[in-house]
Ligand binder design. Sequence first.
Ligand code: ADP
Length: 311
Amino acid sequence: MGSEIVVVGSLNMDMVVSVDRKPAKGETLLGKNFFMSAGGKGANQAYAARKQGAEVSMIGKVGQDVFGDQLLRNLEEIGVDVGPIGRISEEATGIAFITLDSSGDNNIIVSPGANQRLTPEDIRRHERLIGEAKLLMVQLEIPLETVMEAVSIASRHGVKVLLDPAPAQPIPDDLLQKVDYIVPNESEISQLTGIEVRDRVSAKLAAVELQRRGVKTVFAKLGARGVVVAEATGNRYVEAFAVKAVDTTAAGDAFAGAIGASLIGGKDVWTAAKFASAVGAITVTGKGAQASIPDLAQTESFILEALLKQK
Ligand code: ADP
């Protein structure tokens, strides 16, 4: 049976240590509060979209190890279809080493492992699943040729495509032309367009540049400063919700998953952006990646509370 959303992307086990500051060159620093949390941009987005009510299938690859078991279980438990996630013995499951400093900022080293082995051929095997979906969601933690294959299949079948261009890397125009929705953060959109994005005005300029290169709708995420949404009919700024950030890991993924769930639910891009901003805001108030992503009921009561506070 098909799903409304198919996510093609990475699964990583995140290993997180809190530090007071970043270590200097050659320095050994004592960290505290070590914890592991299920992550990977693909898995986080699949998790977020499912938590917000969408039917989700995920295509990816993990190793034959305990982390692979845990990552699959974590998605399966909330009802993500993990059938299309392959397992291989030649590579370990993807790992992300994350240090979290006292300001809530993070630094991440990713060892992609099995994610790097997700091939265009793997994707072709799931052409029917992708072709029957309403939305394909992709990010850049798997090989670019694999992303391109998934996007080409979606585009051939008239399935909408949401691209999170993270981690930042150059993207060919023929890929951008097949993208319906893109959700870059400040540094990603700056690198993609060569326009340094610092505020709303520069974000609008950069968003228009991405539209010129073929993307239909741009959600330019500005962290605590909100989102600039640009589509064919014009552009608009959507304010962020005021929260105290504890751990910003997966805010962008939670945002992307929520945009996906909201759009396939028939919402317009502005409503989707506001809703996804709430999901992003709640996510930064909790530690970990998937562990901090709220469900639909939590998001709705958060939005209601914020509205009541304004009055
Ligand atoms: P990324 O995680 O990809 O760098 P952002 O940091 O821009 O992306 O976060 C994605 C979205 O999550 C933002 O557009 C915003 O809506 C929400 N968000 C992130 N950080 C905060 C924050 N400190 N306060 C409120 N909302 C936030």
